[in-house]
Design a protein around this ligand. Structure first.
Ligand code: FPP
Length: 249
């Protein structure tokens, strides 16, 4: 039985989130510059999208650029933005064929003009696609997103349009950039680092975390299947006891 065949297709996570990490280290190992690693990382994105489609995953969120990433050397930031534009433009025909719908979370307004324009274009042209929802986190940070939501709620309260009593978890979720998507059941991070790095802090409250030593450019369909198999062996208790979960089933 190959890895894909070991997956229980009746228990596929509806939403997988990915922190793509290790491009720089991968490039260094080959004696190349960091951008070389990022460009090979695009193929790993393709493979992850393919694998998710094969399994019937509905939502895939990928952390492509954090608000903290602006602090990297200018040449790397510029190169990453160019790569993003090239990838988005270049992949649209294939994404259309595969019925993938693109979404963007993060401060898209703060992106360079061409990147912003291509992102908005990709969101627009794929908006009627009914397949996988591919959510790109670009210029994203969870603390930025939560702060923005709190501000929106505070303004409504101040204007008298919202009673503070009505502020609950659902209302906060509804004011995040992920309001239209379910929370991820599975979060994958590559390269052996074990932290969230300001990614989906609210939404990952009950996600299963899967950490792998594999560097992002080496991540592929097989690695995604391994993560899903690992997920399927977890017992998701949501604060309850094992016995309660077994009795429900
Ligand atoms: C982290 O590796 C990777 C990034 C910050 C960039 C990821 C972006 C891509 C792979 C391009 C994808 C494009 C689209 C449109 C989805 P790192 O540079 O932090 O690696 P290191 O920790 O080894 O230095």
């Amino acid at each position: 039985m190959n890895t894909e065949q070991q997956i229980d297709l009746t228990r596929i996570p509806e939403h997988i989130a990915v922190i793509m990490d290790g491009n720089g280290r991968w490039a260094k190992k080959q004696g190349q510059d960091r951008l070389f690693g990022h460009s090979f990382g695009v193929d790993a994105v393709r493979q992850t999208v393919n694998a998710c489609q094969k399994l019937g995953v509905r939502y895939l969120t990928m952390y492509a650029f954090s608000t903290e990433n602006w602090g990297r050397p200018k040449a790397e930031v510029d190169g990453l933005m160019e790569l993003m534009v090239r990838t988005i433009v270049g992949e649209i025909p294939d994404l259309m064929k595969r019925k993938v719908r693109i979404h963007g979370i993060g401060d898209l307004e703060g992106l360079p003009e061409d990147c912003k324009a291509e992102m908005y274009n990709a969101i627009e042209v794929t908006k009627n696609n009914t397949g996988l929802h591919l959510i790109l986190a670009l210029n994203y940070s969870a603390k930025w997103e939560i702060t923005k939501a709190v501000k929106k709620i505070a303004e409504k309260t101040k204007a008298g349009d919202l009673d503070p009593i009505a502020v609950n978890e659902e209302l906060i979720s509804a004011n995040l950039s992920t309001a239209a998507f379910p929370d991820p059941e599975l979060l994958i991070r590559t390269s052996g680092e074990m932290r969230l790095s300001n990614f989906l802090l609210w939404q990952c409250a009950y996600s299963e975390f899967y950490f792998t030593e594999v560097l992002w450019p080496d991540f592929n369909e097989e690695e995604l299947y391994k993560a899903v198999i690992d997920f399927q062996f977890r017992e998701r208790r949501f604060g309850k006891t094992s016995e309660q979960i077994i009795n429900v089933e």
